[in-house]
Write a protein that binds this ligand. Structure first.
Ligand code: F0G
Length: 421
């Protein structure tokens, strides 16, 4: 695999993070003829029966398609071995006949970031890094902290001091990271990180091409579980847009390998108060950063770093980009919970987005649609509690009982209601 600039194509050194010529983001280009589709499928079937940790990881079992790293010294927590769930309630809510969720929140630290971090921290460890750093709205921080701890690397995270989920900060502290709060937002934190010298500290935000290589495997995990049947649509939330670029790359590589015969269309969903990519997609031109505002704090990002890569992928996939408001995200999140699945707020932008696209006639009821859930339901319990405490469409509240008699009467009432149903 060759590392080069994703904008101007000039080859790049492994020590840089941005193109020396134009400042663009770097990306790996797959070498020709690494492995054929039939050989890879056979390998994957074999690895399914193995108990070796790199075979059980939903990243490293595709190692032939990853940058060359010593497979004997990988930093793994068995990431990306995640399920594809059906969800009747969500389908009905969005106006679809059926829907499936690829739940990347079922990763070791509860978000899709683990798929990228296992590769980024493996690379950092193998190049002798002592410190890894990132800017984060919470999930990148927690994931980096866990993998850095496994690798014996000091993790340093920059997060907004206010306005991100306390559960994510607590989780990051648990893993032993140095957590540095800043008075600004994610965009300010990332701008600071981008100024650092990557030879001194390993920068593991999604501007790091190793992160994208790890995250692209989510496309393979999805396709493998569907016996390489391509869905009509893949729908995911967009913030800094690294994940959009990763899924697009994964699908394109699967197509080039002959594992699939067409690309799924990709729909990216942003929160209305943090939707510079949706605006750009509709209006054209360059990225105009915004001051981001949304209660889906994971995607509260106003100047997405990977917008150029993501735009190329959305166009290649004949996709679309839309924005949905915070109230729509909140209700969609509750609906996903009612299916016994659950996710964090930002993830539910996917269902809210599909509902809007079905209403607009872009997605048809009979289309084969996969929604990406990016974070676990326990990632933001304060948000869930506030939703249920308010007069929300799908609110559900605790009933405090007075005494034993009252308690038994309530149980009886519930049992009777269900028996009659
Ligand atoms: N969903 C969740 C749960 C996230 O945490 C993020 C990003 C996204 C979606 C958007 O993904 O940035 O690749 O477009 N969270 C980052 C973080 C910014 O710091 O945890 P993206």
């Amino acid at each position: 695999m060759e590392l080069g600039c994703s904008d101007c194509g000039i080859p790049a050194s492994d020590e840089a993070l941005f193109c020396a010529a134009c400042g663009g983001l770097l990306a790996f280009e797959p070498g020709a003829g690494v492995i054929g589709a039939a050989a890879l499928r056979a390998l994957l079937r074999e690895r399914r029966a193995s108990n070796e940790h790199r075979d059980r990881s939903g990243v490293w079992r595709y190692r032939e398609l990853l940058p060359a790293l010593d497979p004997e010294r990988i930093v793994t927590l068995r990431e990306n071995d995640v399920p594809l769930y059906g969800g009747r309630g969500g389908a009905a809510y969005a106006g679809l006949d059926d829907v499936a969720y690829l739940h990347l929140g079922m990763n070791p630290t509860g978000s899709f970031k683990d798929a990228g971090m296992t590769v980024a921290l493996t690379h950092a460890a193998q190049t002798g890094a002592r410190v890894a750093i990132c800017a984060s709205t919470g999930n990148t921080a927690a994931s980096m902290a866990a993998y850095a701890a496994r690798a014996g690397i000091q993790a340093v995270v920059l997060v907004p001091s206010t306005g991100i989920s306390e559960s994510k900060v607590a989780q990051t502290l648990d893993y032993g990271a140095a957590v540095l709060g800043i008075p600004g937002d994610f965009d300010a934190a990332l701008a600071t990180v981008r100024e650092l010298d990557p030879r001194r500290v390993a920068i593991v935000n999604s501007v790091n091409p190793y992160r994208i290589e790890g995250q692209k495997t989510a496309a393979f995990v999805l396709l493998e579980q569907r016996a390489w049947r391509v869905p009509d649509w893949l729908v995911l939330p967009g913030g800094n847009l690294g994940n959009t670029s990763a899924f697009g790359k994964g699908f394109r590589e699967a197509l080039a390998l002959g594992l699939i015969d067409r690309l799924p269309r990709i729909a990216v969903v942003q929160a209305a108060g943090a939707a510079p990519f949706a605006r750009l997609f509709a209006a054209g031109g360059d990225m105009i950063p915004v001051k981001a505002q949304t209660t889906a704090t994971a995607i509260k990002i106003g100047a997405p770093a990977s917008w150029k890569k993501a735009l190329r992928e959305v166009r290649a996939a004949n996709g679309t980009v839309i924005a949905v408001d915070d109230a729509a995200i909140a209700d969609a999140r509750a609906v996903i919970g009612r299916d016994g699945i659950g996710c964090e707020p930002a993830s539910a932008a996917s269902l809210a987005g599909v509902k809007a696209l079905v209403a607009d006639g872009v997605i048809r009821a009979s289309d084969d649609v996969v929604l990406v859930l990016t974070g676990h339901v326990l990632k933001d319990t304060a948000y869930a509690a506030a939703y249920h405490a308010a007069p929300s469409a799908f609110a559900n509240t605790i009933v405090h009982t007075r005494d034993r008699a009252d308690l038994l009467a309530r149980i009886d009432e519930l049992a009777t209601a269900r028996a009659g149903a």
